[in-house]
Design a protein around this ligand. Structure first.
Ligand code: ARG
Length: 461
């Protein structure tokens, strides 16, 4: 049969393959709430402007409410023949209220309709992401507070570098998550314009009030250019960009958790709630959640590249290519939400083995820099010379299989005669971290000050 929406122009219906490639209802049904909100705002505005009667508008709005309930209750029959969420809702509206339903689409197109639905959805996703980030930051701050003094090895190249505090390490992730949060807020300010009323591409001759619909839908203002309104998917690209960066941060934490939870490191013990066993090896406790958090960027980064590729080179204004914008964004929204929830849970639950961290912090000559700094500060050696003397001390210690702090004073004095036994006070890991009081450094006092800074900033939003 020919189409109910555009049957006037068409003699026959679509080929089965046409219907299959064209239909988006299987995924854009996720936008039903936004679609109905957009339609209600539009109908109310049309009535206020005298474009449709108040009677028709109230029938339309009541019908849309019924449809929302049907969909929410799972008793709505979605039809591929009706292509997408917009036409499924409108066709059902006609079944429910009759001819008045045909007035809803006055001064509107599916092009501005889908743009407003998708924007609302992505706006909500940014809001949910911001909330999830706040919960993640909160979990990190709690861990940082509990471990402001816990000493662990800091790494570069995954080789022991200098002792740091675990609290400081947690706060590094707070910084990342806080930047992600600020990217969300920043992106929302650009997204917060309503494309409804752009119609197909050129605007409309009807005396619509776009400021009214924008306000009704919670947007700051209407978009300014009708062509851009139906062509723009920057807001979705920005979501995916933010998601890709955030997913990258989470994957780095996940990788550290995987490493830290190996028996070889033994820094953290994951809770049973965030681990799995093996079907064959009874002793195993695997960090599957961390591994999946580490893997999610595969999908999220794929979605970003996918949508960039769809949009690249598209002529203005709307093209059906743009229907390919949704599935991957939905997948990225869900993947990131899950990854963040899992990361937050793991951080909250994981038990820290302070002894193992401390022991590891003392290995690998991690206080060699402190020795060099002491030679500079106390004996006035140029840093390069101090570096050389310390390097020789490390070589001696390595040869004997001991730590720097175990080298006897007379041996150290063969390297530099003026060394006194005061040097031993800087060779311990606690002295090392306590000395790192430069702004942004790892000293416990700094960690506490930074925690207070973040609690204050986030508490005040
Ligand atoms: N399902 C379409 C999409 O997701 C809605 C817009 C269709 N517009 C059109 N002119 N065919 O993009």
């Amino acid at each position: 049969s020919s189409n109910a929406m555009w049957g006037g122009r068409f003699a026959s219906g679509p080929d089965a393959i046409m219907e299959e490639i064209n239909a988006s209802i299987d995924f854009d049904r996720r936008l039903y709430d936004e679609d109905i909100a957009g339609s209600k705002a539009h109908a109310a505005m049309l009535a206020d402007q005298g474009i449709i009667s108040a009677e028709d508008a109230s029938q339309i709005i009541a019908g849309l409410e019924d449809i929302r309930a049907e969909i929410a209750d799972g008793c709505f029959t979605f039809s591929r023949e009706r292509e997408d969420i917009h036409m499924n809702v409108e066709a059902r509206l006609a079944e429910l209220i009759g001819p008045a339903a045909g007035r809803l689409h006055t001064a509107r197109s599916r092009n501005d309709q889908v743009a407003v639905d998708f924007r609302l959805h992505v706006k909500a996703a940014f809001g949910a992401l911001a909330e999830a980030l706040e919960a993640f930051i909160d979990a990190l701050l709690d861990k940082a507070e509990a471990h402001a003094d816990t000493v662990m090895p800091g790494f570069t190249h995954l080789q022991v570098a200098q002792p740091v505090t675990f609290g400081h390490h947690c706060l590094a992730y707070v910084e990342m998550a806080a930047r992600d949060l600020s990217r969300c807020r920043d992106a929302i300010t650009r997204l917060d314009e309503c494309p409804l009323g752009a119609a197909a591409l050129a605007g409309t001759g009807f005396a619509i009030d776009r400021h009214q619909t924008a306000a009704a839908l919670g947007f700051r203002e209407p978009t300014r250019n009708s062509l851009d309104s139906v062509s723009d998917r920057d807001f979705a690209l920005e979501f995916l960009s933010v998601a890709a960066i955030c997913g990258t941060h989470l994957s780095r934490l996940a990788e550290e958790i995987v490493i830290w939870s190996t028996p070889q490191f033994g820094f953290v013990r994951l809770s049973d709630a965030f681990s799995t066993g093996s079907s064959i090896m009874p002793q195993k406790k695997n960090p599957d959640a961390a591994e999946l958090v580490r893997a999610k960027p595969g999908r999220i980064n794929g979605a970003l590249i996918s949508l960039l590729t769809v949009m690249k080179g598209l002529p203005l204004s709307y093209s059906k290519d743009m229907q390919e914008d949704k599935e991957q964004v939905f997948d990225a929204i869900d993947s990131l939400a899950l990854a963040l929830a899992a990361a937050t849970g793991m951080v909250r639950d994981m038990a820290i083995d302070e002894q193992a961290m401390r022991r590891a912090a003392g290995h690998g000559f991690s206080t060699a820099t402190d020795l060099a700094d002491w030679l500079v500060r106390e004996l006035g050696l140029p840093f390069r010379e101090a570096h050389h003397v310390t390097g020789r001390a490390v070589a001696l210690a390595e040869e004997r299989g001991v730590g720097l702090e175990d080298l006897p004073l007379d041996l150290l004095q063969t390297l530099e005669a003026r060394i006194t036994d005061a040097v031993y006070s800087v060779l311990g890991v606690d002295a090392s971290v306590n000395s790192r009081t430069s702004f942004g450094g790892t000293a416990p006092a700094n960690v506490r000050a930074q925690i207070a800074y973040w609690r204050d900033r986030l508490g005040g939003k």
